[in-house]
Write a protein that binds this ligand. Structure first.
Ligand SMILES: Cc1ncc(COP(=O)(O)O)c(C=O)c1O
Length: 352
């Protein structure tokens, strides 16, 4: 491991300082719905709703978070998975009385949404996963669509999920997962903020083990849990405006140096608040290691679920094998982005 100080670490699970306040964000944006302890739990309720409405089948992307695939294959609803093209547009011919799950990948609106009216005759439900895009402004919400999201991806909340079904449930105050998340993020904050300390591999490994344990725990909760009220109150002391601005600025800096490797070659429309900066590169895992050695931690969106037959979804496999999401969130600024770009410069090759 290259010896670097903790304060130069970039990415990885959030360690933001949380303050108690009213959930300004949730109250304003997410009306008429129900909160859960995770995005997958919210999605589970949408699947139940489709079953109750006698929908025949759901079409879901092969390129998605494995936790959603798990929920689909566990449910008593017919399903089939679809591939996406190189622009992340679903390749799909849905049958009558079915539902389509779409993801607004990394913050960009899924193009199927715009063309959805062409499918209406077939009685099709659109299920939108807004986990990557819920900070975008001017989102067009169609009441009839089923919408869900995971609250924790942008580092505003520790945990939680939401869907636009009005299930009239009460908050659960005994959700110990919420406390585990909170303590994880607090520990990370204490670790990173220790002045002039160098990284300690053993402590970091213990942190990672705790995180993967937490992931397993959410998955085990097959019966959904309602979000803990304290989770909703624990939001960062950063305001939404500055979060959006920082993410967009960081995107633009990375784009200046890395555009030819970017998954999104188009413009960063003014309404978009990006989740990260996804690049498509050769030897993704090697480059990820190189960044990690330099204290930069990048998630992979996503490892494909083992259940899927890889031969049937070539574009999804291409994405899953070659994509690396560079961190650009509100914790970082220009210096950090330039550090990432400098390490990558000369070391990466685009995958066509
Ligand atoms: C796009 C997307 N939707 C939903 C989920 C599930 O959210 P959660 O982890 O809160 O269950 C994930 C998980 O990473 C995801 O990436």
């Amino acid at each position: 491991m290259v010896i670097i100080k903790r304060k130069f670490m970039i990415g990885g699970e959030f360690e933001n300082k949380f303050t108690k306040s009213n959930h300004f964000f949730a109250g304003k944006l997410l009306t008429n719905g129900t909160y859960f302890n995770s995005g997958r739990a919210a999605f589970d309720q949408i699947l139940t709703n489709l079953i109750n409405n006698k929908v025949n089948k759901i079409y879901a992307p092969a390129y998605t978070c494995p936790s959603l695939i798990e929920r689909i294959i566990d449910k008593k609803l017919k399903y089939s998975f679809y591939d996406v093209d190189n622009n992340l547009i679903p390749k799909i011919k849905p049958c009558y009385n079915s539902a389509i799950l779409i993801i607004h990948y990394f913050g960009w609106e899924n193009k199927l949404k715009k063309n959805f009216h062409k499918l209406k005759k077939k009685k099709i439900f659109l299920v939108e996963d807004l986990s990557n895009s819920f900070l975008n402004s001017k989102r067009k919400i169609r009441e009839k669509n089923l919408i869900f999201l995971s609250l924790r991806k942008f580092g505003i909340y520790n945990d939680g999920g939401w869907c636009n079904l009005n299930l009239n449930r009460k908050f659960n105050n005994n959700n110990n997962l919420a406390n585990l998340y909170l303590s994880f993020r607090n520990n990370k904050m204490n670790y990173v903020n220790q002045k002039n300390k160098y990284r300690n591999k053993n402590i970091e490994l213990r942190h990672l083990a705790k995180l993967s344990n937490l992931e397993k725990k959410i998955n085990l909760k097959k019966n959904f849990l309602i979000i803990n009220q304290t989770s909703l109150n624990q939001i960062t002391n950063l305001d939404l405006k500055s979060i959006k601005k920082k993410r967009r600025n960081n995107f633009k800096i990375l784009n200046k140096y890395l555009k030819k490797y970017s998954l999104f070659k188009g413009k960063l429309y003014p309404n978009i608040v990006p989740l990260g900066y996804p690049i498509l590169i050769r030897d993704r895992d090697g480059i990820r290691k190189l960044l990690k050695m330099n204290g930069i931690f990048c998630p992979v969106h996503w490892k494909m679920h083992n259940f899927l037959n890889k031969k049937k979804y070539p574009s999804s496999v291409r994405l899953s094998k070659n994509i690396l999401t560079l961190p650009l969130d509100q914790r970082y600024g220009k210096k950090d982005m330039l550090r990432i770009a400098n390490i990558l410069k000369g070391n990466i090759k685009y995958v066509a």
